[in-house]
Design a protein around this ligand. Structure first.
Ligand code: ZN
Length: 176
């Protein structure tokens, strides 16, 4: 099996000349991968299958990785494992046989482009799907120390929580 190491770009010149249904499978391995401006993932491992379809190429992938995300409670960066799958259609921007430009796909259609060098890049679909798999409000774990609260504040908070609990209890009683 071909390997894609620390790279998300595949040359599909050969595959574009083959018949519909022809495919290649790649083992994908990315040590680091940027999910967003301030969000990294590491150790992305998985498989990608590139298939010739009538309109171009279909890339499907399945990966495991680790997002380095910030806990919303203690604000520490921790490792959040994720599993993501993607499938993305890519269309040529140049006709492989004649070398003439092809009309680009409608940007609203969410179809990727294959550049003049007959390469496609899986980074964007992978990035988008991986982001969806990460929690919206990540918490580092059951033993998260939580937000740091100065000691004398803790008593005030406990007192407030106690008052709140009493109110809730009363509410319960009045409803019965
Ligand atoms: Zn935490």
């Amino acid at each position: 099996m071909a390997r894609l190491e620390n790279d998300t770009i595949v040359n599909v010149a050969q595959l574009l000349k083959e018949q519909v249904g022809a495919y290649r499978v790649y083992e994908l391995s990315l040590d680091w991968f940027a999910l967003d401006v301030d969000l990294m993932a590491s150790n992305i491992r998985g498989q990608v299958r590139i298939t010739r379809i009538a309109t171009g190429i279909l890339a499907t992938g399945e990966v495991d990785g680790i997002g380095l995300v910030e806990c919303v409670r203690c604000l520490e960066i921790y490792e959040q494992p994720f599993h993501a799958t993607f499938d993305q259609e890519f269309r040529p921007t140049i006709d492989i046989r004649t070398g003439t430009p092809v009309d680009p796909p409608d940007p609203l259609e969410d179809i990727g482009g294959i550049n003049e060098a007959h390469e496609l890049d899986m980074a964007e679909p992978l990035r988008q799907e991986a982001l969806l798999e990460l929690p919206m409000r990540p918490v580092c774990g059951d033993d998260c120390p939580g937000p740091e609260v100065p000691e004398d504040d803790e008593e005030t908070i406990d007192a407030r929580l106690g008052a709140l609990a009493e109110l809730l209890d009363e509410d319960q009683v009045s409803r019965e």
